[in-house]
Design a protein around this ligand. Structure first.
Ligand SMILES: NC(=O)C1=CN([C@@H]2O[C@H](COP(=O)(O)OP(=O)(O)OC[C@H]3O[C@@H](n4cnc5c(N)ncnc54)[C@H](O)[C@@H]3O)[C@@H](O)[C@H]2O)C=CC1
Ligand SMILES: O=C(O)C(=O)COP(=O)(O)O
Length: 582
């Protein structure tokens, strides 16, 4: 039930922390994860009305829901800070997913957490309808002994039809086979091999399925194509003794037609967990169905087990924490699936590529030869090459998104936090950036590495940054244009392009010291082999043998100012300076 009045979000000292709104009952195990990630949690298990949700949502960064909250287009449009809608369960039919995608909001769910619960509930309804369990219980509780009226049917040896042989459907199939049932299934997208190995016979059409089954259960999502999938015509093709089950979504069976089929004896009974209105309103068709003698009714209990609720809560809260930290979800509905193993492998490269993108934009934006790089992003073509093991991965989407995020992080209001695997392509289109990905496979084993090249037409030359991930998952930049480097792209860095002459380091150090800036590390990067080999060649790089990059990690109490950078640029033998925050 929604509360009658809603408290405004508290402008507490905690307001700088990301805010998570949870207007439904979600298990405490996940909430503990949110707490330990220091998120500001607004837990309202009593629920919110549509108006309340609309008025509250603008100040939240994450929304965690189950099936009761409707996340509509107006809610998503008003959610200016929202990064993620997390569905603690499977079905996302209560979320306007295409609208979330257009807003760059990730929708995640828990694809596995409650499927055992949903399958077991289906079997519970199967046996309850077969053996009149609820009516037996109700009559006895009202002191009646009506054995003669409650003769049931056995399920063993009977045929179960399953529409939708996905995760829940397949689990139901295996359990039903365990009860000695034969299973027929209709699912145009199911694998015939998987079905066969589970002992399930796939059929091609409803016409083939319906006359054969003694029990029918649906396990499809609610989609335009599955809404009213079974109506009067379909019930008419079934055996009069058949019973139907629904632990998927209200609306897959047309409720009005189902009511009529039960009233007229076209089928014998139904076990229903989900309704087109939850809860059904007074006098409505779903309420009539729920109260029908031939129907065993439950109030959307499919996922309501202690175990399932713990699973889904932990699954989605982990993803919320990760997304709010700028990481990747494991089960995004509106982004490509990333398997946990693949995710672990990609994580360090995601970090590396984001740093490379950010280094690119910041370093070249301050370059003296900036005029050559007019339009650092728009109109540019980027080439991201994956070398070694990394060239064999199938899903580079997170790496692509990391590049886009890094490129725009220093120049976007939200610091790139609004870029993710959902909207990365959209952002490249908006900014006029083209990104090509290349897979450099070598016959001999080579270490994984990434090269980022940027160019615009023929002019402006080409900028190159290369990096790798070390054995302990630290990320390093190994090449910056024609210089062979080896530094960690972390913290505040000064990158000086200079002539490598005696005394230069001391001189730069004393300028920084005068400004109260500490040097945390220093590295001199000389010309790489390729540039050295080409020295003096006519078409070789316009470069001198003693050119180098000096990369300084800087810190301390004082900030490096623009004036200091200008002062360094004015020093003799210094060709260029950039200040980069990574
Ligand atoms: N009552 C409850 O508490 C619960 C309900 N559910 C519902 O169960 C549904 C299924 O869950 P999962 O098995 O995890 O999903 P899933 O995505 O693994 O399986 C759905 C299957 O339906 C098939 N399908 C789609 N359109 C079809 C059509 N027109 N005809 C036949 N098959 C079609 C798909 O190919 C897929 O194999 C969810 O979408 C959710 O709505 C899930 C968990 C709990
Ligand atoms: O996971 C699903 O699809 C469900 O239907 C479960 O819904 P619930 O989280 O129990 O409101």
């Amino acid at each position: 039930m929604a509360p009658s009045a809603v408290e405004p979000p508290s402008p507490s000292p905690a307001s700088s922390r990301p805010r998570v709104l949870i207007p439904e009952k979600v298990s405490k195990e996940g909430l503990a994860l949110l707490n330990s990630a220091n998120l500001d949690i607004d837990f309202r298990p009593q629920g919110l009305s549509a108006e309340e949700l609309l008025s509250l949502i603008p100040s939240y960064h994450a929304l965690i829901i189950r099936s009761e909250t409707k996340v509509t287009a107006p809610v998503l449009s008003a959610a200016s800070k929202l990064k993620v809608v997390a569905r603690a369960g499977v079905g996302v039919d209560n979320i306007d997913v295409p609208h979330a995608t257009s807003q760059g909001i990730i929708v995640v769910n828990s694809p596995q957490g409650n499927i055992a619960a949903a399958a077991e509930h289906t079997i519970a309804l199967l046996l309850s309808t077969a053996r009149n369990i609820p009516r037996g219980d109700a009559t006895l509780k009202s002191s009646k002994w009506e054995r003669g009226k409650l003769v049931g049917v056995e399920v063993g040896g009977k045929t179960l039809g399953i529409i939708g042989l996905g995760k829940v459907g397949m689990k139901v199939a295996r359990m039903a086979i365990g009860l000695s049932m034969s299973v027929l299934a209709l699912d145009p997208y199911a694998s015939a091999e998987v079905a066969k190995s589970a002992g399930v016979q796939l059929v091609k059409s409803l016409d083939e399925l319906l006359p054969e089954v003694d029990f029918l259960t649906v396990h499809t999502p609610l989609l335009a194509s599955t809404l009213n999938l079974l109506g009067e015509g379909e019930f008419g093709k079934m055996k009069k003794t058949a019973r139907v089950l629904n632990v998927a979504r209200g609306g897959v069976y047309n409720e009005e037609a189902l009511l009529k089929a039960l009233d007229e004896g076209a089928i014998a009974g139904a076990g229903i967990d989900v309704w087109t209105q939850e809860p059904p309103t007074e006098g409505s068709i779903p309420q009539k169905l729920a109260r029908h003698d031939k129907v065993v009714s439950t109030p959307h209990l499919g996922a309501s087990t202690v175990e399932a609720q713990e699973n889904v809560s932990v699954d989605v809260c982990k993803q919320v924490v990760e997304i709010l930290k700028g990481g990747l979800p494991t089960a995004a509905v509106n982004a490509p699936l990333i398997l946990p193993e693949e995710y672990r492998r990609l994580q360090p490269f995601v970090r590396l590529i984001e740093k490379m993108g950010s280094l690119y934009t910041q370093h070249y934006a301050q370059s003296r030869s900036k005029q050559q790089h007019q339009n650092l992003l728009g109109g540019r073509r980027f080439e991201l090459s994956y070398h070694g093991e990394l060239a064999n991965i199938s899903n580079t989407r997170p790496l692509f998104a990391a590049l886009v995020k890094g490129l725009v992080s220093s120049i976007s209001d939200a610091g790139g936090r609004d870029v993710n695997i959902v909207n990365a392509t959209l952002i490249t289109q908006q900014r006029g950036i083209a990104v090509d990905e290349k897979f450099i496979r070598s016959p001999t084993p080579t270490a994984s590495a990434v090269t980022l090249k940027s160019s615009v037409g023929e002019e402006g030359g080409e900028q190159v940054i290369e990096g790798y991930v070390s054995g302990n998952n630290s990320v390093f930049i190994s090449k910056l244009d024609k210089f062979a480097a080896n530094f960690r792209p972390e913290g505040t860095l000064l990158v000086l392009h200079n002539y490598d002459e005696p005394g230069k380091i001391g001189h730069v150090g004393s300028v920084l010291g005068r400004h109260g800036i500490n040097i945390t590390f220093m590295q001199v990067a000389g010309l790489n082999r390729e540039a050295r080999d080409k020295l003096g060649e006519e078409d070789g790089p316009v470069v001198e043998a003693n050119e180098a990059l000096m990369i300084l990690g800087v810190g301390g109490q004082k900030e490096v100012t623009g004036e200091l950078v200008e002062e360094l640029k004015g020093q003799e033998g210094i060709l260029d300076v950039s200040l980069v925050r990574l």
